[in-house]
Design a protein around this ligand. Structure first.
Ligand code: 5AD
Ligand code: SF4
Length: 436
């Protein structure tokens, strides 16, 4: 039996794409292996968002070519494939295929014609969603893409180039995936999209469906207990969506809404189309709709021409919003982006210093939030056993990890947990009741 090896880098959308690719190859009778020397086809499912992510792919390819069977096929799919295009074959001459994020359903062509080189980095299709076999069993947490690509041209971001302009999947197709997930074991649905709250599908009869419609319809599924979505663009938090936090208890009180920077000047140069006041107003509206809501963000430090005072404004906004579970990155110039050509690029050393400072602040805020949970009862979703196998790992509604001693009993899928201790990275708790 032929075997495939797949390694996924990058975002949740890539993780989902990786699962679909695995299902595609399994439907053709192949089995998955974690061992490169055993594999007949090796696939790197890649991320191009920062230069480091791209470099990792090419160094992994260098390693893999010395380990693999001589006749094994080797290729890249996803964002680096789209970024590098045919140039990838020049950089790694024994590469067999290069398939962009919207063309990985073409993978079987290389299995049928292993002596050719396969290049497809076309954009603009939803074909892959239709042509690929369904993932047959769902984990308790099912990720479901609802839109792909992005129309906001942030000057630092390669995604509009790698994933293209926004396309929203038809409402009925998404709901078919939701129902399939609910029927095959999912308890939580996380809707995915590069600009997920920009979801907008117009049906042939002219009806416009938004993310709020998907949330409302998904909540009617009894098996589904928790709903969330990522990643959101601030100005697309429309009132119908904010209202969902008021009216739909299954929607978790947690929202990833990246601000990127707290400096108005930097936001303008990033081409982020909101003011700080507007962003703060949206957070206030969300808090009125759902007082226990918490927000997470992505931050970029060291954007071209970012001054010390710009950076201090980022620190200030982080303190003001008290973001939990956030990510911060050093600005990385990317091909096909406007910011890569801007003057006054910031030296690496300053970027590192700023990142260190911001991370320390974000960690401190996270620790304080985690400590504020002690004594509270939170409804959590079971994720699996911990490394020792002695404890159960749960996810709180705020995506914190919570370790629970189940005293040798089976861990219930949904459980009310009393939080007893906390540190920067995780919580500890006691099982109160079984919510199944
Ligand atoms: N450099 C650094 N970080 C970036 N991101 C996107 N593009 C870049 C870049 N060129 C970050 C943003 C985005 C997250 C997915 O990656 O913060 O929200
Ligand atoms: Fe990376 Fe962005 Fe592509 Fe996801 S969409 S894999 S984050 S470049």
């Amino acid at each position: 039996m032929k075997q495939f090896y797949i390694h996924t880098f990058g975002c949740q959308m890539n993780v989902y794409d990786g699962q679909r690719i695995a299902a595609l190859l399994q439907s053709r009778g192949m089995t998955q292996t974690d061992n490169i020397p055993d594999a007949d086809i090796i696939i790197l499912n890649t991320c191009a968002v920062r230069a480091k992510a791209t470099d990792k792919v090419f160094s992994a390819l260098g390693r893999i070519r010395t380990e693999k069977k001589p006749d094994a096929l080797m290729g890249i799919v996803g964002c680096v494939a789209r970024e590098a295009g045919a140039d990838a074959f020049r950089r790694v001459p024994d590469l067999n295929f290069v398939l962009g994020p919207q063309s990985y359903h073409k993978l079987p062509e290389i299995l049928e014609n292993p002596d050719t080189r396969l290049l497809n980095i076309d954009l603009g299709g939803l074909e892959k969603f239709d042509e690929m076999p369904q993932i047959t069993t769902s984990p308790t947490l099912a990720y479901i893409p609802i839109q792909e690509g992005c129309n906001h041209c942030c000057t630092y971001c390669i995604v509009p180039y790698t994933r293209g302009r926004e396309i929203s999947r038809p409402f009925d197709d998404v709901m078919r995936d939701v129902i399939h997930a609910a029927n095959t074991g999912a308890v939580e649905i996380c809707f995915l999209g590069q600009n997920v709250n920009g979801y907008k599908y117009t049906s042939p009869d002219g009806h416009i469906y938004r993310l709020s419609d998907l949330i409302r319809a998904t909540a009617t599924q009894d098996a589904i207990k928790r709903i969330r979505f990522t990643s959101s663009y601030p100005t697309e938090m429309t009132d119908d969506l904010i209202d969902m936090f008021r009216t739909e208890p299954k929607l978790l009180p947690f929202l990833n809404m990246p601000i990127q920077s707290g400096s108005p000047n930097v936001l303008t140069r990033m081409n982020r189309s909101y003011t700080l006041n507007l962003y703060i107003d949206i957070v206030d509206k969300l808090k009125r709709a759902r007082p226990d809501i918490q927000i997470s963000s992505d931050f970029i430090v060291g954007f071209p021409d970012e001054t010390d005072s710009d950076f201090e404004q980022t620190m200030d906004i982080a303190k003001r919003i008290r973001y939990i579970n956030s990510y911060s990155f050093k600005y990385s110039p990317r091909p096909h982006t406007a910011a890569a050509l801007m003057p006054n690029q910031i030296p690496e050393k300053i970027k590192s210093q700023r990142l260190y400072k911001l991370d320390a602040l974000l960690n401190e805020i996270q620790r304080e939030f985690n400590e504020s949970c002690i004594g509270k009862n939170l409804t959590c979703l079971y994720e699996g056993p911990d490394k020792t196998g002695k404890h159960a790992v749960y996810r709180t509604p705020y995506m914190q990890q919570c370790i629970v001693d189940t005293n040798g009993k089976d861990a219930p899928q949904m459980a009310e947990i009393k939080i007893t201790a906390a540190n920067k990275a995780s919580l500890r708790g006691e099982l109160l009741t079984d919510k199944n």
